[in-house]
Design a protein around this ligand. Structure first.
Ligand code: GLU
Length: 510
């Protein structure tokens, strides 16, 4: 049997270091066994998936050196590798499940499901589909369909007994069927949910080992049912511990930047970042933690993966990165890296137009553009306070902006401008007044090159980080303030091709 693993990111945001960590493990496992590593794009969440996000995810994983053998960009014998291009395959498999009775059509409206969940909440029962449509007769189904009612397809789940999943890392995990919900497999718009698409693809793409984040553990019994329903063998499965902040909470951008693009923009070397992420599944060689990808592949073993929760320790990454710069690069190589990092035509080409009409001498470029080549910026609180906003307004502006920066679908000039405008609107400020603190936080000066273009170039996570630093310079916001200011945050407007994904129970991330 040829080992085949995959990483299956959803293109709904910036490339997450967690995705790289999972990808690295799948890569090492496949290569160690002489197998294939596949990249599949899981874009069945139509409201949140974007082509731009897919592009940056691919670019980030490639930057880290994780070359895949099959994928949407290079094709392969099991394509297409983008789920939005496989809809007919899922529809056919959903038909099979309906015919064999392993799934059923559900006509419950979102309003009815809301009321059902509300009732369950009040009775302190876990939210779960109550089975109203599980046993409709063919005539009843025909009548609903004839009336043009929307429907979803749900998985039929046993009510009694239990099932055991053999996890490669955790051993047997027992699930009571009574705790497993009748998962939606096909949404009312005909698109599959994660569960159906993922199982069908893993089978058709001949994946032998599924190694994914531990947040998917509760999906495993549903997936097992699907494999059984199709009479397929389930791949071996491992649920990897999630990356953690230093305080052991789940890695989140509130405490640590999580986008690979941030680490790239900060000037971490890809091999240092890959090495750092690999240390969670590869033991050091005689105490030496510095290892290239080939060494990590040869030393990789799932028994080295500690379940305790790997801590994303930025200090360790800094230490490792510094060693890579000092020990692995000579000066000419360093120069090449710096050129590739920021002194390259693409980056300079994005920045130069912003400065072109604003300088008298080339030497003006240094002070004007330094913020494009730095990481965090030391913010002068007095300078922030010198504008029209009082302390509370300043802190509110930053808190609102941080929430909006997360919500912006694609990080581009129009959307960054929209976010800062929305901050001004939320606080009843003129754009000119609202924008000033962001100039200081993000460019280091109240007057600089155009802000929105600069934000777009710097990237979401670095902008976010500089905003957070500015908020901290004013003493931060207390928990109560953050809570109280939540209602100042405007609701994000869904982007153009957003469609409701109704009838998908909360938490069933698709
Ligand atoms: N699309 C899922 C994710 O982004 C993949 C989970 C899996 O590997 O099955 O986490």
């Amino acid at each position: 049997m040829r080992v085949r693993t995959r990483v299956a990111p959803s293109p709904t945001g910036d490339p997450h270091v967690g995705t790289a960590y999972v990808a690295l493990i799948n890569y090492c496992f496949a290569k160690k066994h002489g197998g294939d590593f596949i990249l599949r794009i899981e874009d069945t969440d139509r409201a949140r998936s974007t082509a731009a996000s897919e592009d940056v995810i691919l670019r980030a994983l490639r930057w880290l050196g994780l070359a895949w053998d099959e994928g949407p960009d290079i094709g392969g014998a099991h394509g297409p590798y983008r789920q939005s291009e496989r809809l007919e395959i899922y529809a056919e498999h959903a038909r099979r499940l309906l015919e064999s009775g392993h799934a059923f059509r559900c006509f419950c409206t979102p309003a009815r499901l809301d009321a059902m969940r509300e009732e369950q909440r009040r009775a302190s029962r876990p939210p779960a589909y109550d089975g109203r449509c599980a046993h409709l007769s063919p005539d009843e189904i025909a009548a609903h369909l004839a009336a043009g009612e929307a429907s979803v397809v749900r998985l039929r789940v046993p009510h009694e007994g239990s099932v055991t999943i053999e996890d490669m890392l955790r051993g047997p995990i027992v699930f009571e069927w009574s705790t497993v919900d009748a998962q939606v497999l096909v949404k009312s718009d005909g698109w599959p949910t994660y569960h159906l698409a993922n199982v069908v693809d893993d089978h058709l793409m001949e994946i032998t080992h599924v190694m994914r984040g531990e947040e998917w553990i509760s999906s495993a019994p549903k997936h097992l049912l699907l494999y059984r329903a199709f009479d397929w063998e389930m791949p071996k499965i491992a649920h990897l511990p999630l990356l953690r902040n230093a305080d052991k909470s789940k890695l989140s951008k509130r405490k640590n930047p999580t986008s690979i693009l941030f680490y790239e923009r900060m000037g971490y070397l890809p091999e240092a970042l890959a090495n750092f992420l690999g240390l969670f599944s590869v033991p050091p060689v005689d105490g030496e933690e510095m290892m290239d990808l080939a060494t990590m592949v040869s030393r990789f073993g799932t028994d080295h993966i500690a379940l305790g929760g790997p801590v994303f320790d930025v200090k360790k990454l800094d230490w490792l990165n510094a060693r890579y710069i000092r020990e692995k690069l000579d000066v000419p190589q360093l120069m090449t890296r710096v050129r590739d990092w920021a002194l390259n035509p693409a980056y300079l080409g994005a920045i130069a137009p912003l400065a072109h009409q604003r300088i008298e001498r080339l030497s003006d470029l240094g002070p004007l553009l330094a913020f494009f080549f730095g990481g965090r910026i030391a913010v002068d609180a007095a300078e922030l306070r010198a504008g029209k906003l009082d302390d509370t307004q300043l802190r509110q502006a930053f808190v609102i902006a941080l929430a909006l920066f997360d919500a912006v679908p694609d990080w581009n000039v129009a959307n960054t401008q929209g976010a800062i405008r929305a901050v001004g609107d939320a606080l009843g400020l003129k754009l000119r007044d609202a924008i000033r603190p962001f100039y200081i936080a993000i460019t280091g000066s109240a007057q600089s090159v155009p802000l929105f273009d600069s934000m777009a170039i710097l990237g979401r996570d670095l902008v976010r980080e500089r905003t957070r630093v500015a908020l901290d310079a004013l003493g931060g916001a207390t928990k109560n303030e953050t809570e109280a200011w939540k209602n100042l945050i405007p609701k994000p407007t869904p982007h153009a091709d957003a469609r409701p994904s109704e009838a998908v129970p909360a938490g069933s991330s698709v």
